[in-house]
Design a protein around this ligand. Structure first.
Ligand code: PEP
Ligand code: MG
Length: 589
């Protein structure tokens, strides 16, 4: 039994499908002279098959998800065609008798080392893409054909990877993936977000797991407890099958509440909203009973492009999202790039010493005013869709706001965008302007900032990592990065109270919003609007139906005097179990 971080609840059993085996176990074999031509031919064949795959994937993703999400596969095809890439592989096969897999492994090592030193932004940005292409090629070269569709692996899959690359995550949508296990990562890593948004059990931070498991093994993922079992004994497997069924039934039962209003047991109405990354996510949001979209992370639109999408393209996508969203209630967050997500065409510097505390998010947008204005205008233009008097609301959300000066500057850009649209006679609609509350400085001065915003959205993922000075994606310190720590509890309480006193609508859109234990606390603090991965909405709704505000307030009274995270966690767990043992099982550790 392996113990990692519990990042997405539930139990899943399936056949292991290992991605990135190549980087863990490089092929050490040296070719005999007579094998060289055959190896070159094998490499060419793998290239051809990869090219066919990528073209098919591009067409499929374009059809099923959208053009912008599919753009990444065009980039991958151009990498595959790049002579510099292929000539090196061929050279090492011919001159050094490396196998094609080993040559690809060396190529990857060379690129990684080079990007670290050279600071070539475009190449650095493409490192992940190159890795992606190398993985695909390697899949065709490896003995165990590492391609989910062609491998003959059937039935439910458990994806095991070092970390999930963006395109893998997109492509995963097509396979029958029941669980995800990653070596790297944390509660808020890409893999964790994807798993939660799809309701797939997942465990992260299991370093070395790829050395212990191979494609084809039977794997159990216990996403609520952070446990992974490889090739379990029959009795253990039978017990997990039972658990898997129970989780499945429980989720099914909960999802049946999608048409119920989100109201607490004592009649307080709540807004349960969805966090989305693309148009496709809106469908799951609606299916799970979301009232609207509380956070649209637009950076995924930029991450899948190799140039700035123009205003019209942005407008079309925002409009489509608005059209499909329940109650046509959408909160669009302006670009929140930086930290772990970089976009070379915006001049991102990968060698920044402290990227999470550096040039990211609104700080970067301010330095690209033309681009920033195009996004603001596109948001205002999509709001024009509601000017016919139909129900709905478009919110424009600025991320990482640190101080009053920044908020004033953002407001100034909003006015400028309004003026330029009006001058050109382009229709625009009414938009509410808000800020993400995720920098501790902003939490301390919340009263000043409230004078400048129409609403506040608490980004607890970042707020927690900045308050605790512990990187949310670094497994060495992520243990300190605890949403249920006393400092976070006090800060959240102050912010929510300040917003409520000022009558400024406040939502929390970090991962905490979907955690049953945290829900009790947040409700008791006076929060009435929660935005989360769609898969959590039925669980939180059910919990709301079983909880009274009065009870939640009593919980808060007790928790504010607690001095340690463990004490708070244990107490909330107990309270949750008393309300519903079933829902307590859907809480991650
Ligand atoms: C947050 O910081 O809580 C948040 C919702 O934003 P992101 O996770 O995209 O940084
Ligand atoms: Mg954030």
């Amino acid at each position: 039994m392996e113990k990692g971080l519990a990042v997405s609840p539930g139990v899943a059993i399936g056949v292991a499908y290992c991605i990135l085996e190549i980087f863990v176990n490089p092929d050490r074999k040296r070719l005999e002279k007579h094998e060289i031509q055959k190896e070159l031919a094998r490499y060419e064949q793998a290239r051809e098959r990869t090219a066919v795959d990528l073209a098919a994937l591009q067409a499929k993703v374009e059809k099923q998800i959208g053009k912008s999400e599919a753009a990444i596969f065009a980039v991958h095809q151009s990498i595959l065609r790049d002579p510099a890439f292929t000539n090196k592989v061929r050279k090492w096969i011919v001159e050094e008798h490396l196998t094609a897999s080993a040559a690809l492994h060396r190529l990857m090592e060379e690129y990684s080392a080079m990007f670290g030193k050279m600071g070539d932004e475009y190449l650095q940005e493409r490192l992940n893409d190159i890795r992606d292409v190398v993985v695909r090629l390697s899949a065709y070269l490896s003995d165990v054909l590492n391609n989910a569709e062609d491998s003959g692996l059937s039935g439910p899959l458990i994806v095991i990877a070092d970390e999930l690359l963006p395109s893998q995550a997109v492509a995963l949508g097509e396979a029958d993936v029941r669980g995800i296990v990653t070596q790297a990562g944390s509660q808020t890593s890409h893999a964790a977000l994807i798993a939660r948004s799809r309701g797939i059990p997942a465990v992260s931070g299991l370093s070395g797991i790829l050395r212990k498991v191979k494609t084809g093994d039977t794997v159990v993922v216990h996403g609520s407890e952070g446990l992974v079992s490889i090739n379990p004994e029959p009795e253990e497997l039978a017990a997990y099958r039972k658990l898997e069924r129970e989780f499945f039934n429980l989720k099914d039962q909960l999802a049946a509440n999608r048409h119920h209003p989100a109201v607490t047991r004592d009649g307080t109405p709540l807004k349960l909203l969805a966090n989305i990354n693309n148009v496709k996510d809106v469908e799951s949001a609606a299916a799970m009973g979301a009232w609207g979209v509380g956070l649209y992370r637009t950076e995924y639109l930029y991450l899948t492009h190799d140039n700035v999408p123009d205003e019209d393209e942005q407008f079309e996508i925002y409009r489509e999202i608005l059209k499909k969203t329940p109650h046509r209630y959408v909160t669009i967050r302006t670009l929140d790039i930086g930290g772990d997500k970089t976009v070379a065409y915006l001049g991102h510097n990968h060698n920044e010493a402290n990227p999470f505390m550096g040039w990211r998010s609104i700080r970067l947008s301010f330095e690209h005013p033309e681009f920033f204005l195009s996004q603001i205008r596109a948001i205002m233009r999509c709001a024009a869709e509601l000017e016919d008097g139909s129900e709905g609301q478009v919110n424009m959300l600025f991320p990482m706001v640190t101080n009053v000066e920044e908020m004033r500057k953002a407001r100034h850009l909003v006015r400028k965008a309004e003026k330029s649209l009006d001058e050109r006679g382009i229709p625009r609609g009414k938009v509410k302007v808000g800020m993400m509350l995720e920098v501790p400085a902003a939490a301390v001065c919340i009263h000043h900032l409230l004078e400048l915003v129409d609403f506040v959205s608490i980004g607890s993922n970042d707020l927690v990592q900045y308050l605790t000075a512990a990187d949310r994606d670094n497994p060495k310190v992520s243990g300190l990065c605890q949403p249920l720590s006393p400092a976070v509890v006090i800060t959240l309480k102050n912010v929510i109270e300040a917003c409520n006193q000022a009558n400024t609508p406040v939502t929390l859109c970090g991962e905490m919003a979907g955690q049953p234990r945290a829900f009790l606390l947040l409700l008791g603090m006076g929060l009435r609007s929660f935005s989360m991965s769609p898969a959590f909405i039925p669980t939180i709704k059910e919990l709301a139906i079983l909880t009274t505000v009065e009870h939640a307030e009593r919980v808060v009274e007790k928790v504010v005097s607690m001095k340690t995270t463990n004490q708070i966690k244990r107490f909330l767990r107990m309270e949750l179990e008393a309300i519903s043992p079933d829902i307590a099982r859907l809480d991650t550790e």
